[in-house]
Write a new protein. Structure first.
Lengths: 158, 158
């Protein structure tokens, strides 16, 4: 059994909060975000290919990637990294290019749980409650759940 | 009489909305943001000096500046530019370094009102309603009102 994902979308507020524990230490989880060769192994729903076209994982940096579904349809995402602090916190913007100018900002915090375990806490903030609701309706949950399960495998492979 | 500033902080939502008209065309207002030599003439409350230590006004770029009050106290701010589209829209992150990791995201839209007039509409989104309330309590209004009055002068000087 993999660890459960908790996704919270509070009524009337433009937030999505995500929590997930990992049976791996903080620095390994951080590395799976920092290294684009690892990132593309696990991000997004099962069966998608991920091409990273831009990745400067540092404070003030930026990123862009394209997900390709099994039918070949492409979904591009881009943003900036406001803050990147090793093994601690990443604050980044996020835009699906299919909905231009609807830009959210996410703070991801890594917590050491001891005993070689760790937790990711994500707090995403959208420009409106409607934009938040649209993200939930897009079935982001599948991508989050399946992505973290593949991250478990990346971490297990060390 | 200068044009009035409208600042809206909706109850229970982490937003601040700002509207201000200018007796100058959109491209002149845009230039006053794009050119750091102009920006530092007008941003912030009266009597402060502004030093811009980093300014890449482009999609994926970043900025940092320091305001120095008449007593010599310094207040530093930094962020990234997610989107910069000439004469249209700027989407940027914003952090007061005195409150680290409390990062907002602002979308500024420029509208051509015709007859050489234009409007700035700002929509700022904070990571919590409390952080939004803290920004309002910091008397940001004085900086916005006085800054836009100095921007009027910069625009009048052409």
């Amino acid at each position: 059994m993999s660890n459960a994902v908790t996704i919270t979308a509070p009524e009337g507020l433009p937030f999505i909060d995500i929590e997930r524990e990992f049976n791996a230490p903080v620095d390994a989880v951080y590395r799976a975000y920092a290294d684009p060769e690892l990132l593309k192994l696990w991000t997004g729903p099962n069966g998608y290919e991920m091409e990273i076209t831009d990745y400067d994982f540092s404070s003030g940096g930026r990123y862009r990637y394209v997900h390709r579904d099994p039918a070949g349809e492409e979904f591009a995402f881009r943003g900036t990294f406001h803050t990147v602090r090793e093994n601690e916190v990443v604050i980044q913007t996020f835009e699906f290019e299919g909905f231009p100018d609807v830009v959210s900002i996410e703070r991801m915090t890594l917590t050491d749980l001891g005993g070689g375990r760790s937790k990711i806490s994500g707090h995403s903030v959208f420009p409106s409650v409607e934009a938040r609701d649209g993200m939930i309706a897009s079935d982001m949950e599948t991508g989050v759940v399946e992505g973290y399960e593949r991250l478990d495998q990346v971490l297990a492979a060390g």
